[in-house]
Write a protein that binds this ligand. Structure first.
Ligand SMILES: [Zn+2]
Length: 203
């Protein structure tokens, strides 16, 4: 009895400490970027007919995060994105997929209640996946074909080295967050419009 009282007290204390959000240090350009990604993800969610509103919680750009965290979700309160990480990712347009992934990852924690886990989708022997990758953002958007034998199956892995610029793969990741697809089964992956299986050119 005493123990459970103590535990719930500690839990509440922790919540109060994390609330309210710190001041938003976002530059005008970073504010625009935050809105862009929230709207992009919300648009995809609407098209998929998921009943989730990812604009409910404030997204705060700050340096006030746990050590080494690029983003952090305070459930039911707000999302924090590290200002210096965002700054360095914004320096190169090829990082667009990593920024999308960072936002989708925190949305996975805050709106889908997901924890960290890793999943990989591997094409069957002799085959590769082919997707169309976005090569630009903020205005002029171009798409180039890309092929790979392996794709990350989720945005909830802690490894940001794997990411995608493909709109189709992003839709797949949102379905994975909702639990609609497994994130390991290549057949579910290629069922997505814009993700195809092609013969491995090395064979
Ligand atoms: Zn995380």
């Amino acid at each position: 009895m005493k123990l459970s009282f103590l535990l719930s007290f500690l839990f509440l204390t922790a919540c109060v400490q994390n609330d309210p959000p710190p001041p938003d240090e976002a530059s005008a350009e970073q504010k625009e970027l935050v809105d862009y990604y929230l709207q992009d993800i919300q648009q995809k969610i609407n098209i998929l007919n998921m009943n989730v509103n990812v604009t409910k919680l404030p997204v705060v750009v700050t340096e006030d995060l746990s050590e080494n965290a690029a983003g952090e979700c305070f459930r039911g309160s707000h999302i924090r994105i590290r200002k210096s990480t965002l700054q360095s990712l914004m320096a190169y347009e090829g990082n667009e997929g990593q920024i999308w992934r960072l936002f989708a990852h925190e949305i996975g924690h805050c709106y889908f209640g997901r924890s960290h886990y890793d999943k990989t989708i591997v094409a069957p022997t002799g085959f590769q996946f082919k997707t169309l990758e976005k090569s630009n953002f903020f205005g002029k958007v171009e798409y180039t074909p890309y092929s790979s034998r392996r794709y990350s199956g989720t945005v909830m892995s802690e490894n940001y080295a794997t990411y995608t610029q493909s709109e189709s793969v992003r839709n797949f990741y949102l379905k994975e967050l909702a639990g609609w697809v497994d994130g390991r089964d290549y057949r579910e992956f290629v069922a997505e419009d814009g993700i195809d299986l092609i013969r491995d050119s090395a064979n």
